[in-house]
Write a protein that binds this ligand. Structure first.
Ligand SMILES: NC(=O)C1=CN([C@@H]2O[C@H](COP(=O)(O)OP(=O)(O)OC[C@H]3O[C@@H](n4cnc5c(N)ncnc54)[C@H](O)[C@@H]3O)[C@@H](O)[C@H]2O)[C@@H](O)CC1
Ligand SMILES: Nc1ncnc2c1ncn2[C@@H]1O[C@H](COP(=O)(O)OP(=O)(O)O)[C@@H](O)[C@H]1O
Length: 484
């Protein structure tokens, strides 16, 4: 099932209406119960719960009640309530016999000493940076507590929408996030603050979640269903002929890696066209060396591939070559040197653009830091500028198309190595060549590549190479699609 990536949602806007307030009360009850259940994964011993004044603090108060009723020793430190449900849950907590103490950094320090777990319910999606001073000191006390920290919804101090972790922010061992993923839990230094994240979906009206949804996060079964199914009488002519145009003296490995990626992702035939000598890394690749791109295009004129991948190591002529390729109007992946601002607006609906943050900054004339801080906004902006489908690469990659945004699952930090993107562009070309629509090729291709990375990392860890990943593409396909 597709999980959703959510933006901040104003709990206050809903509790104005009575029925919705009742639903929110139920949602908070479920949230607190999910947090209490997660707390049971930690060793026995006293639990220290910190509750801010908003609904995030309300969740912590509910969790405290559940833990207390289950016989766990709890200490609750709470800020004065600013949210009606935080007020209500203070009364409920007192009614079951739990006293509530003032929330101060000194109290955190004192009660953390004997605690087996600290539950952080200070700030959730309602936090708006910058952090006001009393909270900053509290967060510092949490990080100095010396016991494991479980955060509710997201670590306090993180801006739910940003990939950047401001200082101070809570460093959690685990996070129970509610209803959907927040960008801060998926990207950048912010995600590193969350520790192990589990999702508590909550039985809230679907409208609440969809109203706040920024992106989808498809499950493997959904991605697997997108992958092409091959008939028993398939032959190389029906599995797609992919042309790879790239390479330049000094960067000849890149198009070779793309060719390998395409073959390993099921392309029937792969031809690599270049002006340079491309290494024959797999004898199944058909290497075509040309004297000039003008003569290459004259020999290509009479044929058309099922898909083209252009740009890897192509050098200074890349924009010109890509412009010519775009005029063919066949499904096209534009990667690396073909990702030039002057091509914006010249693409067609079957174009798939695959910038990493550096290339994206060149395309949008902005800084890499600005784009990586807000990867969903970056992917959307790139799609609006370029058209077609965009894969904004990273850990994880984001796919942007007219229908919305999709964040890939998985991958491995070992994939941060040369040639990894070349392999991906080959995978994407192969899927386009096998007839997938560009958005489906992008969603399926990034997950296939990430899954292959996970498999290869099991053997190679951080010593992972793009060739290792390419070798695992067949296994990754089987993982996602099943054995057919
Ligand atoms: N929206 C929903 O449907 C649900 C929301 N829930 C919880 O509600 C949370 C959001 O609740 P709220 O909107 O009440 O917000 P929060 O509880 O996240 O934050 C509001 C509190 O933070 C303080 N605050 C905000 N910015 C600050 C700053 N810069 N410096 C210091 N203090 C600051 C406010 O004064 C207020 O006390 C979610 O994260 C989640 O934990 C859950 O109860 C489940 C259902
Ligand atoms: N930390 C990571 N987690 C998951 N995937 C990653 C990570 N780092 C890199 N990748 C993936 O590896 C690829 C790198 O692409 P790119 O930077 O274009 O490489 P190159 O230019 O060397 O071919 C992208 O598909 C990206 O999503």
């Amino acid at each position: 099932m597709t999980e959703l990536v959510l933006g901040p949602r104003e709990a206050g806007a809903v509790d104005a209406r009575l029925a919705q307030a009742a639903l929110l009360d139920l949602a908070m009850e479920e949230a607190g119960a999910a947090v209490a259940a997660a707390a049971r994964n930690y060793p026995d011993g006293p639990v220290l719960l910190l509750a801010g004044g908003g609904a995030n603090g309300g969740d912590a108060l509910v969790a405290a009640r559940h833990l207390h009723v289950q016989g766990r020793e709890v200490t609750v430190l709470a800020a004065p309530p600013t949210h009606e449900l935080a007020r209500l849950n203070r009364r409920r907590l007192r009614a079951v016999g739990v006293s509530i103490r003032f929330l101060t950094p000194e109290a955190v320090q004192r009660f953390a000493r004997g605690a087996a777990l600290l539950v952080d319910g200070l700030l959730g999606t309602g936090f708006r940076p910058p952090l006001r001073p009393p909270l900053a000191t509290l967060i510092e006390a949490v990080n100095a507590a010396g016991c494991p920290v479980l955060s509710i919804d997201l670590p306090s101090g993180l801006d739910a929408l940003s990939a950047e972790a401001p200082l101070p922010a809570v460093q959690a061992d685990s996070t129970v996030t509610l209803m959907g993923w927040k960008p801060a839990l998926l990207f950048g230094t912010a995600a590193a603050r969350a520790g192990r994240v589990t999702l508590a979906p909550l039985t809230v009206p679907p409208g609440w979640v969809h109203e706040a949804a920024l992106a989808g996060r498809p499950a493997d079964a959904e991605v697997g269903a997108l992958l092409p199914r091959r008939q028993p009488d398939a032959h190389k002519g029906t599995a797609g002929h992919v042309w790879v145009l790239g390479g330049h003296p000094g960067t000849t490995g890149a198009p070779a890696m793309t060719g390998v990626g395409a073959l390993r992702a099921g392309a029937g035939l792969v031809s690599v066209h270049s002006l340079a000598d491309i290494p024959l890394v797999m004898p199944e690749l058909m290497i075509r060396r040309h004297r000039s791109w003008a003569s290459a295009f004259s020999t290509m004129e009479s044929q058309r591939p099922d898909a083209v991948v252009v740009g890897m190591g192509l050098g200074p002529q890349a924009a010109e070559v890509a412009r010519r390729v775009l005029s063919w109007e066949v499904p096209t992946v534009l990667d690396a040197d073909a990702l030039q601002p002057e091509l914006a607006g010249l693409g067609h609906a079957s174009c798939l653009w695959t910038p990493h943050p550096g290339e994206a900054a060149r395309l949008l004339n902005t800084s890499t830091a600005e784009l990586t801080r807000h990867p969903l906004d970056a992917a959307r902006a790139l799609q609006q500028r370029l058209g077609g489908v965009v894969v904004f690469k990273g850990g994880p990659s984001v796919v942007a198309h007219e229908g919305g945004l999709s964040v890939a699952r998985g991958g491995h930090p070992g994939m941060a190595s040369a040639g990894m993107g070349d392999t991906l562009s080959g995978v994407l070309g192969a899927l386009l060549g096998q007839g997938l629509l560009p958005w489906a090729a992008a969603v399926a291709g990034v997950r296939l590549h990430a899954r292959a990375g996970e498999r290869a990392a099991a053997t190679h860890g951080y010593g992972l190479s793009a060739s290792d990943v390419a070798q695992e593409l067949g296994g990754a396909w089987r993982d996602l699609r099943g054995p057919s």
